[in-house]
Design a protein around this ligand. Structure first.
Ligand code: 6R9
Length: 644
């Protein structure tokens, strides 16, 4: 595969495409040269209670201040619900497909509006006020979208915690933002198994004193303990309130949500998104990149616990009046044809998933795909990690029958929405490349000294000016925001990713340049896994790096030094894996643990991760300079005892 491999999208897929190549060029120029005019125009995508007159007011230097539409007022739930009622109240807003293939449901915009209003009234009754934080710990059920929108309606800031996180991870996320209310469920369902959400929540609540009320959705009907006065069943509460609810007037810069995400150091950061700019960006990118047309069925397979679920299951599609499919299950259950069966069952037109899922399904060959029709499909999206050209081509050929555009979308929790991605019909595709920046996105590549690279080059991917969906701050820690994103290279937003730009200006994301790893699209800081490991009483020290993994993209490789006198046994290895699952969540379980009597450190005590990454990847010939190590002999021992 070379950079010249180009794929032009078949015209029949694109009849009536919103944006063609020349329109795209014009949009890119307008957004760059006259951002106030361009983004004033695009602001019409959301329903304002007070139209903004001040559009862009941003600075990437000094104290870093990002404000968009700052005198506008709106409520995100009105943009997603109320304003659709007249025109498409009876259109399906959410198709819910259960873990069990015989279990599904359709919720119209009118029904969704009523469910959101009822829960919003419940929140008000439980004294949740504008600016309060509400933590949401739910499986992939319609209630998750209802809960997010109900928070938005009363002006509460939601913090969704992925249902795969452990009690400990949930507790630390509640503590950091001091939520006063938790919304959870009895249990979740995934791949035929049950996930004990309420039990985990109860465990977390032992160390979460700020929570006054817990609203529990009945999902499986499983028996769970309810604490009198604190825990309430969702259905009981919603029965006794009005089906309509006055939305809170929010300033465009009032917070909409917090989403915790991993960085290279410290505990996860509370990424804060505000209302106006985020909603415009979610709507704009969803319509352009997925070429969304009224009446189409759109399916994003992400979990609402990640940013992709926020922007591309809930806010973007609903702002655009789309029919958004929400899937409770997994691609491999009851069998590995499930995705394609769901596509046929609900006549899905646009499908958006992660490379890790594609790679896992590829392994099972074409038959599970080919036994389904998939005729309804028009656009295929990819997100979460770099997609290798082989997986891209399989997606294009086998899933899309060479008929559908594949849109590889690069973005981050911090960016709120898609940043680098093709507009189908306007941009020719290259397998493995996220292609070109969207209108309003100004990427650049810098070398390690901060010099801007021109033409074809590889370097640190930065964004030189603000876009409406950008995160505004780290919740209650603006200094950390500045430090993390604007200090390595002053004056630009540092993404933490590396990228290559080819002769045609196409971007090829090469992966993280920091200590963040991406396992099956789950983003984790190596520091988080290390601190979980050293919390074990037998562990003295740990260093975690990513290693290449065929399906997951990256696997977790941990070097562990035990306390003096502890025996490195197989049983202890298993115990440590279980320990990390419990501390963080099942997805953070190490794939390999190597016992390391010593770690390669510089004389100042800094672990040389470059070396550990090479050993984990079994690239021991190119270890580079090890002369600055305090004790170079540890390297030989580590190489000899490599695992796997
Ligand atoms: C949306 C999301 C962000 C990190 C990002 C990058 C990686 C996401 C990608 C991609 C290559 C793509 N990433 N999409 N890498 N190509 N299309 O995933 O957000 O969980 O914050 O992760 O994921 O490394 O920096 P988040």
């Amino acid at each position: 595969m070379t950079d010249d491999t180009r794929i032009a999208v078949k015209p029949n897929v694109l009849a009536g495409t919103h944006v063609d190549a020349s329109k795209r060029e014009a949009m890119v120029a307008a957004a760059r040269d006259e951002p106030d005019v361009f983004w004033k125009h695009e602001s019409r995508r959301v329903a304002w209670m007070r139209e903004p007159t001040r559009i862009k007011n941003t600075s990437f230097t000094g104290d870093v201040s990002i404000r968009w539409y700052e005198d506008g007022e709106l409520n995100a739930s009105v943009s997603c619900l109320d304003r659709h009622l007249a025109e498409r109240g009876d259109q399906v807003a959410i198709i819910w497909e259960g873990d069990d293939p015989n279990n599904d449901a359709k919720v119209t915009y009118r029904e969704l509006h009523e469910r959101v209003c009822r829960l919003a009234n419940v929140l008000r009754k439980l004294e949740v006020k504008k600016g309060d934080r509400v933590t949401i710990y739910l499986p992939m059920v319609v209630e998750a979208a209802v809960a997010m929108l109900a928070c938005a309606r009363v002006g509460a800031i939601h913090s969704v915690v992925f249902g795969g996180f452990s009690a400990e991870s949930l507790a630390s996320r509640i503590q950091d933002c001091e939520s006063t209310l938790l919304i959870t469920a009895d249990e979740g369902r995934r791949g035929g198994r049950r996930v004990p959400l309420k039990t985990n929540a109860d465990e977390a609540l032992k160390s979460s004193p700020t929570i006054r009320n817990v609203v529990v959705a009945r999902v499986t009907g499983g028996e769970v303990p309810m604490q009198e006065g604190r825990d309430h069943w969702w259905d009981d509460l919603c029965r006794d309130v009005e089906p309509s609810c006055e939305p809170e007037r929010m300033n465009a810069e009032d917070p909409l949500f917090i989403l915790y995400t991993s960085g290279s150091t410290g505990k996860p950061k509370g990424v804060l998104h505000t209302t106006g700019g985020y909603m415009v960006w979610a709507s704009f990118t969803h319509e352009l990149v997925f070429d969304y047309r009224p009446g189409e069925v759109y399916w994003c397979t992400a979990d609402v616990g990640w940013v992709t679920g926020h922007s591309y299951i809930v806010y973007g599609p609903l702002a655009n009046g789309a029919t958004s499919l929400m899937f409770e299950g997994v691609p491999s259950w009851p069998d590995n044809s499930r995705f394609w069966q769901v596509i046929d069952k609900h006549q899905v037109n646009i499908f958006y998933t992660a490379p890790t899922a594609i790679r896992a399904l590829m392994r099972d060959g074409e038959e599970p795909v080919k036994r389904t029709s998939r005729k309804s499909l028009r656009i295929l999206g990819s997100v979460g990690e770099p997609i290798n050209p082989e997986a891209w081509l399989w997606y294009y050929r086998v899933v899309g029958d060479e008929r559908c555009a594949v849109v590889d979308t690069w973005w981050q929790t911090e960016t709120g929405g898609l940043m680098i991605a093709p507009l189908p019909g306007a941009v020719e595709l290259k397998p493995g490349s996220a292609t070109l920046p969207l209108p309003g996105v100004q990427p650049a590549l810098l070398d390690n000294d901060g010099n801007t690279l021109t033409g074809p080059a590889e370097g640190n991917l930065v964004i030189t000016d603000s876009w409406p969906g950008q995160m505004r701050t780290v919740f209650r820690d603006h200094q950390r925001f500045i430090q993390t994103y604007f200090s390595t290279f002053p004056g630009v937003y540092v993404t933490g990713d590396g990228a290559r730009r080819d002769e045609d200006g196409y971007y090829w994301i090469t992966g993280r340049v920091d200590d963040v790893i991406n396992v099956s699209g789950h983003r984790m800081g190596t520091a988080e896994i290390e601190s979980a490991l050293v919390a074990h009483p037998k562990v003295a020290e740990a260093a975690v790096v990513g290693m290449p993994h065929d399906i997951k993209g990256q696997g977790i490789y941990a070097y562990v030094t035990l306390n003096a006198g502890e025996e490195p046994t197989e049983a202890l290895r298993k115990e440590l894996v279980t320990w990390v699952r419990k501390e963080i969540g099942p997805f953070a379980a190490p794939d390999a643990i190597q016992w390391a009597p010593g770690l390669p450190k510089t004389r100042s005590g800094k672990i040389m991760r470059r070396i550990l990454r090479k050993i984990a990847a079994n690239e021991v010939d190119g270890l580079g300079d090890t002369s600055t190590l305090a004790d170079p002999t540890v390297v030989g021992d580590l190489i000899d005892n490599r695992v796997g």
